[in-house]
Each structure stands twice: as structure tokens, then as C-alpha cells.
Design a protein around this ligand. Sequence first.
Ligand code: SAM
Length: 333
Amino acid sequence: MAAPAFRLPPLPTIREIIKLFRLQAMKQLSQNFLLDLRLTDKIVRKAGDLTNSHVYEVGPGPGGITRSILNAGVSELLVVEKDIRFIPGLQMLSDAAPGKLRIVHGDVMTFKIEKAFPESLKRQWEDDPPAVHIIGNLPFSVSTPLIIKWLDNISQRDGPFTYGRTQMTLTFQKEVAERLTASTGSKQRSRLSVMAQYLCHVQHVLTIPGRAFLPKPEVDVGVVHFTPLVQPRIQQPFRLVEKVIRNAFQFRRKYCHRGLGMLFPEAQRLENTGKLLELAEVNPTLRPGQLSVSHFKSLCDVYRKMCDEDPHIFAYNFRDELKQNKSKNQERG
Ligand code: SAM
């Protein structure tokens, strides 16, 4: 007979926990809490089936999402929280879910989840995703750099992706969620859209109004689900891809040749940009937002060849040149 599904026993509400442990949100840490457990259940359902999974929750705070994850039949939940004030409240949850909740007082930017879960969870990259999930509602100032770091990890199959194609369900400012999932040609299309979509299947699965949080943030919140692709749509090093995309989008309203030109030193800029666009078969008068992931694939492949032929090209960064010119002008007085 199957073991009965685990449910947390009756506990004080999140509002009561906040009062009990004096967990006023710290504005400077951009803390906004979810109190409605129906809403946290809904977020957690968007992560997919968590039965018998190992879940890594980033930034649990007073534990609303944490409770919903514990009630979803997980095998183990590991939470990493930076603010020590939340640890006693989380400890109370751990006591209510014996053997299920591991609490780490630490920083998600440096925590090594690849060492925390059993080796036996590892799957081949080409297999179905492993029974490992990442879930979190972090401050927006943390979630964007963190997703860039994790995209880099996906490209190298390390960090949380040592286990295979670990799925992630994360919150962002609604506008960032829209950028992450924007299709070619749409108004929100940006650097983040291409970075995320060349490595992952990305879905904006839920929008939560700001009023659902305490205190209420200025903006609404989007929940985004990421599943790493078996085959990245661009097969070049992350740093190279990031550089091409960043340059392409730096003059958003101009034709794409303007930004892409900045990949090359000024002396051969015109010639090299022409060569790049011609060999990649990309129309120079498309705007950056009109470039598809396949356009970027061709651009990155050709740029890679040009860098292999002349390594100075990859080392070149036009912002350094700008800085040098500025200081030369200052010296001249
Ligand atoms: N997840 C909770 C919720 O939905 O109610 C709290 C959300 S609050 C926006 C973000 C939480 O992330 C806070 O508890 C904060 O202390 C924590 N946090 C912020 N930066 C962090 C970091 N670098 N590492 C770990 N936790 C962090």
C-alpha cells in the first residue's frame, strides 16, 4: 500500500509567523512576502509534479512557498536564506515536517547545490529532466543576475545542472518575465529573451498582482518556468554568445549593423561588419528585436570563425576604447 501523502499539521498563519518572530520586511533588501497559501500552492503547481523530488528553494523568507512545496509530496526540500531573522520560523516548519526540510543560512549567489543532493539523482543530459527542481521568489535585484549565472551553468552543464536538465520556477518583475519570454519582433524582445531562449524552453506561467505581497511592491510579478533544452540552439561558448547578443541590442532602435559593428575595432569596423552580416546571411537593416535565435546562431558561428582567424577581435571591447579615448582627451586638457 502507498504511504499516505504528507501534509503539514495545522500551523500559525504566515501573518502570525511574521508577528511572532518580528519579521518586518526590510525595504533595503527588497523583501515582499506572500501570505496567501492558495497563491503559493498555485505557484508551486506551476513547477510541475514534485512527488518524490528534491527541491531547492531560494530565499524562503517567512516560508509561504516553503509550506506549499512541503505539501506537494517532495522527498526533500533544501532552502537557502540570507537573512538570519527567518531561520527560527523555518526551523518551526522543519519540526513540523520531520526529515524533509534542510535549512541553510547562506547566499544563493555562492551556495553550491551541486554538492547538496544525492549523486543518484543525476540523469544524462539527453534524458528526461531529473527529479530536482529550483523554486523561488527572490528580490528582483538578485533574480536577474542569478538567472544569467544559471544560464551560464546550463551552457556548461555544471552547478545545479550537474543533475541534468534541472527545471526552474522563478519570479521576476512582470516586465522582466515578459522580456524573458518575448518572441522575435515583439516590443519586449531584448538581450534576456535571446539569452534565455537559446538555452531553455521558457514559459511565463502566471502573473501575480503586486497587491498579493506584503508590503506591496510598485510592480506586478511574473512567474517563469525554465526547462533547459537538450540541444542548445547556439553551440558556441556562453561568453561569446553573450557578447554578440549584448552588442546587437545596445542600439535597440537602430539597424542591427550599428550594434554588431561594435564587435570590431574601429579601423576595420565597416569591412568586418559587412563580412559578418554577409556570411551569416542577416539583413543589416533588421532591428535587433527582429533577429531570431537562428539569426543569432549564424552570427555567433561566423563571429567565432572571425575570432579564430584573428584573436584580437574577441579581446576587443569597444567600451574600453571609449574609456581610453576619454582619458586621452582629458590628458590633452
Ligand atoms: N519567498 C518568500 C515569499 O515569497 O514570501 C520571501 C520573498 S522576499 C521577496 C525574498 C527573500 O529572499 C527574503 O527572505 C530575503 O531575505 C531572501 N534573499 C535575498 N537575497 C538573498 C540571497 N542572496 N541569498 C539567499 N536569500 C536571499
